[in-house]
Design a protein around this ligand. Sequence first.
Ligand code: NAD
Length: 295
Amino acid sequence: MARIAFIGLGNMGGGMAANLAAKGHDVRAFDLSTDALDRAVAAGCQAAASAAEAVAGADAVVTMLPAGRHVEQVYEGDVFAHAAPGALLLDCSTIDVDTARRVAAAAAARGLAAVDAPVSGGIAAAAGGTLTFMVGGADDAFARAEPFLSAMGKAVIHAGGNGAGQAAKICNNMLLGASMVATCETFNLANKLGLDAQTFFDIASRASGQCWSMTSYCPVPGVGPETPADHDYQGGFATALMLKDLRLAMEAAGSVSADVPMGEKAAELYQKFADDGEGGRDFSGIIKMLEAGRG
Ligand code: NAD
C-alpha cells in the first residue's frame, strides 16, 4: 500500500480520499477548511498540518481543487518543494488545458511525473468510488496512476499526453451542455405543438434524436428514468459547474481558433440561467427558463 498526499477534501475530494483510505492506503490529507479535514479524518485519513507536510514522503500526490490557479499555487507553493524524488502527481481537478500542460512541464523539469485526471460523475460517484477518469500524461505515468485512480473509480481512460484529460473533459461537457439545451427546447416545442411529453420521449428515444440528455437525464418531470427534474431540479450537476466547464471550453476553443457556435450559445444561456440566481440548480432546470420564453 502506498503513502498518498490528498489535497482538497471538498464535495468530491472528501469521498475520493475516503475511498483511497478504505482500500488500505496511508492517506495524508490536507484542506484549508478544518471541517473538510475533520471529515476526512473520520473517514480514515491522517490529518496533515499543511500541504507541505502531506506531500513530504508521499509516493503519490492527489489534488482535487476548484480551479487552475489553486492547482498552480499548491504545486508551485508546496508540491514541487516537498515532493519526494520519483513521486507521482495526479491532479483530478477540472482546470484549463494550458495550466494542466504548464504544471506538468514544471513537474517534468523537476524530475516528477504528472498526469491530469479530471473526472466525470458527481458527488455520489466520488463517494461511491464509481467515477470515470480521463487521463492525460505519458504512457509510463498513466501506468503508475491507473491503480490509484481505479481505487476511486469504475473507469480509467488514457486520453493522450498531458492536458488531454482536461481536453476530453471539457469537450464532453460542452457536448453535454449543448445537447441538454437542445433537449429542453425540443420538449418545449413539442409541448407547444400539442405533443404529450411521454409520447414524444417514447418516439424520439427510439429515433434519430436520441441522446443521453433525453434518455438518461430527461429534463421533463415524470418522463424517463428518475432524474433531478423529478426533484424540482435539486441535486445532480449544478448549473454553476456546467457554466465553469463551458467557460473552460470557450477559452480552449479560443486558444486553438476552433469554431464552436453551439457551445458558445450554450455558455450564453447557462450564464443567463446562473444570473437568474439558479447557479445551484441542476443544469437540466434550464428548461424552465426556455418555457418562460427567456431563451
Ligand atoms: P469544493 O469547492 O467542494 O472543494 C474544493 C476544496 O479545495 C475545498 O474544500 C477547499 O477548501 C479546498 N482548497 C482550495 N484551495 C486550497 C488550497 N490552496 N489548499 C488546500 N485546500 C484547498 O469543490 P468540488 O465540488 O469538490 O470540486 C473539485 C473539482 O472537481 C473542481 O475542479 C470541479 O470542477 C471538479 N468536479 C466537480 C464535480 C461536482 O459534482 N462537484 C464533478 C466533476 C468535477
